[in-house]
Write a protein that binds this ligand. Structure first.
Ligand SMILES: Cc1cc2nc3c(=O)[nH]c(=O)nc-3n(C[C@H](O)[C@H](O)[C@H](O)COP(=O)(O)O)c2cc1C
Length: 220
């Protein structure tokens, strides 16, 4: 059996021990500073053209969590967790290209010429792009950052559950979120009071194919 390197073993621990946790210790409060650090680590995730169109609304006020409770179909983790992170996609995220690529120049990762041509290219691609396409990109990027956030939290000894079970229209209205943003998912973050239940995965042989996909006619 292959000897696991310490790094790989630690990473495996994080990914195998992460479970969706639905019961949290309400007495555990994670500081805003630590949540900010977690978000900083999560946003090392990749994104299309590095545009990072994700935005986060962190709900750590108990009254606001109570307000969210019925909108999230009374899922108790909403009020028990230390914070709820709403992952949003910004339809105007591409407008941050100037800031992003200026930072890259300052860091010495590219020169002004490359920056200008990248920004020009992004502006011409995005400024007339259909909202639906921008949304699709934001959903993919948002899924990546959300996953990374959950692993970052687990590595720090916290737990999470991603949540799509909420009324997005009511959520947008209740939290005054304009249609500049698309809600991607909510993530409850806290310390488990009860472990998440174990779950199973499909066999890799049933979901991975080599060089060609099986015919759409089911053979099973
Ligand atoms: C997009 C998405 C939405 C989800 N919505 C909910 C939800 O609203 N409530 C909930 O309890 N779990 C929700 N889950 C958690 C899944 O049920 C869970 O990830 C799955 O059963 C696998 O379990 P595991 O996360 O413990 O590995 C959601 C997961 C994803 C990825």
């Amino acid at each position: 059996m292959e000897q696991l390197t310490t790094q790989r073993a630690a990473f495996l621990d994080v990914i195998t021990e992460r479970r969706s946790v639905r019961h949290y210790d309400p007495s555990v409060k994670i500081s805003r500073d630590e949540i900010k650090e977690m978000l900083k680590e999560a946003t090392l995730a990749p994104s299309s053209s590095n545009l990072q169109p994700w935005r986060f609304l962190v709900i750590d006020d108990q009254e606001l969590k109570e307000k969210l409770l019925p909108i999230a179909f009374n899922q108790q983790q909403v009020v028990q967790a230390s914070a709820i992170i709403a992952v949003l996609g910004d339809y105007e995220g591409y407008k941050a290209a100037e800031t992003i690529y200026t930072k890259a120049v300052s860091a010495g990762f590219m020169n002004e010429e490359v920056k200008s041509s990248l920004i020009q290219n992004i502006n011409s691609r995005y400024s007339n792009r259909a909202r639906e396409i921008i949304k699709e990109i934001a959903l993919v990027d948002g899924g990546l950052v959300a996953m990374q956030f959950m692993l970052v939290a687990k590595a720090r000894g916290y737990d999470t559950v991603p949540m799509g079970g909420y009324n997005t229209d009511k959520f947008m209205e209740a939290f005054d979120i304009t249609d500049r943003y698309v809600p991607i998912m909510l993530i409850a973050l806290g310390k488990a009071a009860q472990p998440g239940h174990p779950t199973v995965r499909l066999d890799v042989d049933d979901i991975a194919f080599w060089n060609e996909m099986p015919s759409s006619v089911s053979e099973k």
